[in-house]
Design a protein around this ligand. Structure first.
Ligand code: C2E
Ligand code: CA
Ligand code: CA
Length: 550
């Protein structure tokens, strides 16, 4: 008995200790000598772990029933020095030769390790590994509780669906370790910004959900959303990076926007999507018409997939013109969707959806390949010798393999890199200017031309503008449009022209439609222009004709 791992003790019929093995001595803190003759309840004090009530004496039970009994679940032994150990085991009656009961034996062992493990496992199952926040499972439970309470008390519940803007970009450019730290920092800020009764949960990836279990009014939910948004915005120092988290938040309310957990979550998710569409870094309440929009968005998304497979996209080309000599200095490729039923669809209708769904990546690849192929064909036919400009979206530019994909396309089509110019908007470049410079530098060293599109509408910092190795500034058409009528726009245009000249960049005025606009641009020494005044964007098969006519 002294060599086994289980603790064993025995009692006589009166419940007095008659024996303790070594393991029992160690666990109870009593030596066999001290314990012998003592009452079992003194040496083997057991209570229920949760209620802390004294547990029934197992030896007495075994004797009374004359059978083996298991110890009550969740038992804790209080040792001689008042330390507590979780235990598990059983008691059995002792019989003499005649079969008469003479006492009882209790066998027990320490289960604290496995009980801890069980607790930890159930905690793990309900919490997120990285942030320690409740996970989806626990959230669902809490939301349905909150809904139940709200029904009884006739109050409101709000769900805030939160998505980190551009998180993928952080992950891709700075690595997962930094991405994880950013998520942790955001989790902490969210948690700090809500009440103790509210639940912040990590839904997975870069998505969080906040449950406001009891709110007085929709305005209260809006207030929380704004607090969350602005607290996440503040700079966070991660390793040697200064990062800002920007949040898109969708809000749904019980009972108006859904009467069960799934429905409420769905509504909040839809509203969050809407917040993304509204330029990110903002919050939006769910509205019923968002569902209509969501359905439309989804059908366009499916349409884009199909169009990519069936080859329903085509490119139009719009010339860029030297304002003095009127010669063609370049052409811009602009994508169109030739839908068999709806006809020609303009990019304004599908590019934003392609961007949000990630489909812009395969679509952009197609555009690049097709533009390069077409240009090379025209070059070889001796039709023209100018470069082609291709629009590149943020998501494409952020792809790790953007440059290798581009190199492949150039090799495949045979187009010389200096016959290709990429158009990027200020916001794409300024989002992570340092990372952008690295990519731009390598594009530059390949010989590819670079342009800033829609210039003047974003927030370029002048110091960056100098560091970006770009060749061309394209003045946004909104300024050009109002040159003749709006003196502010006119001075912006002449300022950009002057700045471009000083920085030795090529300047192209976009959206030139009238002689008046052309006159103003010329009197301000703008060198190039693009717009309906010279030509609409033309399908590839009409473009050679246009060239001939000129
Ligand atoms: P953007 O890059 O600023 O392209 C110029 C837009 O202005 C084109 O619209 C063009 O048709 C239009 N435009 C040209 N001249 C005039 C004019 O004199 N007056 C007016 N009012 N408009 C003029 P489009 O083709 O509908 O394209 C809209 C936007 O869609 C583009 O703006 C660009 O941001 C995006 N886009 C077009 N093709 C692609 C593409 O292949 N990839 C990507 N990522 N975006 C594209
Ligand atoms: Ca453009
Ligand atoms: Ca533009």
């Amino acid at each position: 008995l002294n060599s086994i791992g289980d603790a064993v003790l025995s009692t006589d019929m009166e419940g007095q200790i008659t024996y303790l093995n070594q393991a029992a001595e160690k666990m109870t803190g009593w030596s066999c000598d001290d314990a012998t003759g003592q009452a079992l309840t003194k040496v083997f004090r057991i209570i229920n772990a949760t209620t802390r009530a004294t547990a029934p004496n197992p030896a007495r039970l075994a004797i009374k029933k004359n059978q083996c009994v298991g110890l009550a679940a969740d038992s804790v032994l209080i040792c001689r020095n008042n330390e507590e150990v979780a235990i598990e085991d059983s008691a059995a009656p002792i019989h003499n030769r005649d079969g008469k009961v003479t006492g009882a034996v209790i066998v027990f062992h320490d289960v604290s390790a496995s009980r801890d493990l069980t607790l930890k496992m159930s905690n793990l199952a309900q919490h997120d590994f990285l942030t320690g926040l409740p996970n989806r499972l626990l959230l669902m439970e809490r939301v349905s509780q909150a809904i139940g309470n709200a029904r009884r008390h006739k109050n409101q519940v709000a769900l805030l669906y939160i998505d980190l803007d551009f998180f993928k970009h952080v992950n891709d450019s700075l690595g997962h370790a930094i991405g994880d730290k950013l998520l942790l920092a955001v989790a902490k800020r969210l948690q700090a910004a809500v009440r103790a009764t509210d639940t912040v949960c990590r839904q997975g990836g870069d998505e969080f959900v906040v449950l406001l279990a009891e709110i007085e009014s929709p305005e209260a939910a809006a207030h929380v959303a704004e607090t969350l948004r602005s607290s996440a915005c503040k700079t966070v120092q991660i390793d040697n990076h200064q990062l800002h988290a920007s949040l898109s938040i969708g809000i749904s309310l019980f009972p108006d926007d859904g009467d069960n957990v799934d429905h409420l979550l769905q509504s909040a998710d839809t509203a969050m999507y809407h917040a993304k569409g509204m330029g990110r870094n903002n919050y939006q309440f769910f509205r019923a018409d968002m569902n209509v929009q969501a359905v439309k968005r989804l059908s366009i998304e499916t349409g884009i997939r199909r169009a990519l497979l069936k080859g329903e996209f085509l490119l139009c080309y719009q010339p860029q013109i030297d304002l003095l000599s009127k010669t063609t200095t370049g052409i811009e490729a602009l994508v169109r969707w030739q839908d068999p039923e709806q006809g020609l669809i303009s990019p304004a209708q599908f590019i934003p959806i392609a961007e949000a769904s990630g489909l812009i990546v395969p679509l952009g690849q197609w555009v690049l390949r097709e533009a390069c192929r077409q240009l090379q064909a025209w070059h070889e036919a001796g039709l023209l010798t100018v470069p082609v400009s291709v629009n590149i979206s943020a998501l494409e530019f952020g792809q790790k393999d953007f440059i290798s994909g581009l190199t492949e396309i150039l090799q495949e089509t045979g187009l010389s890199p200096n016959m290709l110019e990429l158009e990027l908007t200020e916001s794409v470049l300024m989002k992570d200017a340092e990372a952008a410079i690295v990519v731009l530098e390598s594009l530059k060293s390949m010989g590819v031309g670079l342009a800033i599109d829609d210039f003047g509408t974003g927030y370029s910092s002048l110091s960056y503008l100098q560091r970006f190795p770009i060749d061309t500034l394209k003045i946004d058409q909104s300024f050009v449009q109002d040159i003749a009528t709006n003196t502010d726009d006119a001075s912006i245009v002449s300022a950009i022209i002057g700045m471009g000249r000083n920085l030795r960049k090529r300047v192209i005025a976009e959206g030139v439609e009238t002689q008046e606009q052309l006159d103003y641009l010329q009197s301000n020494q703008c060198v190039e222009g693009q717009g309906f005044f010279f030509s609409q964007p033309l399908p590839a098969k009409e473009f050679p004709q246009w060239l001939h006519k000129r």
